[in-house]
Design a protein around this ligand. Structure first.
Ligand code: ASP
Length: 319
């Protein structure tokens, strides 16, 4: 049987057991497992990695526990501004969108940019006009309203802070475990030997001036190339952009002959740490090896290889 494999993430940050109730932990793990299985089902039936990563990310976007789509954080002016990107390792085609509102599944818009336009990256009103043309589903502001996210904005504004969704201090009064869930993403290898990656996010709470993080930037937050690997990142976007993280991992494999594990370790645990870039990523190579490194306290993550055991993890000690 040909190998197939999938990995997903729901954000990295200061996630420690003491701030996460058993019940909340279970809700996250359930969300991760359902998502993983949705992508895995496509792959086990001989479907493509690009379909698998889009389906997985859509499911995470629909889940208000995660900072993407429905559960997106709020901008300074009380809006949800969404970013997403997707890449196909088979032909190096890519699509991305930034600064969009009211699109139910930004990842599907990114895929439309990749497949139905001659462009790679669309922003704001133009991207939304394209979404209309592609007949994508829009959702009203209420759909994106999550009280805890709004409370995070109020607090961030009071302290004049721009908060990375998963790296705030613990606020046990919230149903959600404080500010500790971020961006979502998926990477996959299909039985045809093709790799794909997808990432979607609401960005950072209280962001302003049209701030854009790494998630919709091909090469920074997302990258896929059959010759090397597929990568989806989560963490403090400014550092990930400056380190061109996803492409750097691919380059270390392509030009220096490093293994996926060695490349991930060098970028996440050495290069990013050196400049203070908190976060992590999921990555897969053409043989179906998966790495899920993070230099933060935890990362919501899950993986499965060729119908084998399902792994879901949140904390460091679960590795
Ligand atoms: N990387 C995302 C950004 O900077 C945030 C995250 O991963 O939570 O927008």
């Amino acid at each position: 049987m040909k190998q197939f494999a999938i990995a997903i993430h729901g954000g990295a940050g200061t996630i420690v057991r003491s701030t996460l109730s058993r019940e909340t932990e279970m809700s996250y793990k359930k969300g991760l497992e359902e998502t993983l299985l949705a992508g895995d089902k496509i792959l086990s039936a001989g479907g493509t990695s690009i379909d698998a990563v889009e389906t997985a990310v859509k499911k995470l976007e629909d889940n208000p526990l995660f900072n993407a789509g429905r559960g997106a954080v709020f901008t300074n002016d009380g809006k949800n501004e969404l970013d997403a990107s997707i890449m196909n390792g088979k032909n190096l085609m890519a699509g991305a969108v930034t600064g969009i509102n009211n699109i139910k599944n930004p990842i599907s818009l990114a895929r439309n940019v990749m497949e139905n336009s001659e462009h790679v990256f669309l922003s704001g009103l133009g991207a939304m006009a394209f979404a209309e043309k592609m007949k994508l589903e829009f959702a009203p502001d209420e759909y994106f309203f999550v009280q805890e996210r709004y409370d995070q904005l109020i607090e961030a504004k009071e302290n004049d802070q721009i908060i990375l969704d998963h790296s705030g201090k613990p606020k046990p009064q919230f149903h959600f475990p404080g500010s500790k869930k971020g961006t979502v993403g998926a990477v996959a290898l299909d039985v045809h030997g093709n790799l794909a990656a997808a990432t979607s996010t609401g960005g950072m709470t209280n962001k302003k001036f049209g701030r854009v993080g790494d998630s919709p930037i091909i090469g920074a937050g997302t990258y896929a190339n059959n010759a090397t690997c597929a990568v989806s990142c989560t963490g403090h976007g400014e550092f990930f952009i400056r380190s061109v993280v996803a492409y750097d991992i691919s380059c270390l494999m392509e030009y220096k002959g490093l293994s996926l594990k060695e490349a991930c370790d060098m970028v996440v645990n050495q290069k990013l740490v050196k400049i203070g870039g908190e976060g992590g990523l999921i990555a897969i190579d053409a043989k179906g090896n998966i790495e899920m490194p993070f230099n933060s306290e935890g990362m919501y993550r899950a993986m499965r290889t060729s119908g084998g055991e399902i792994f879901t993890g949140i904390f460091k000690e679960e590795n």
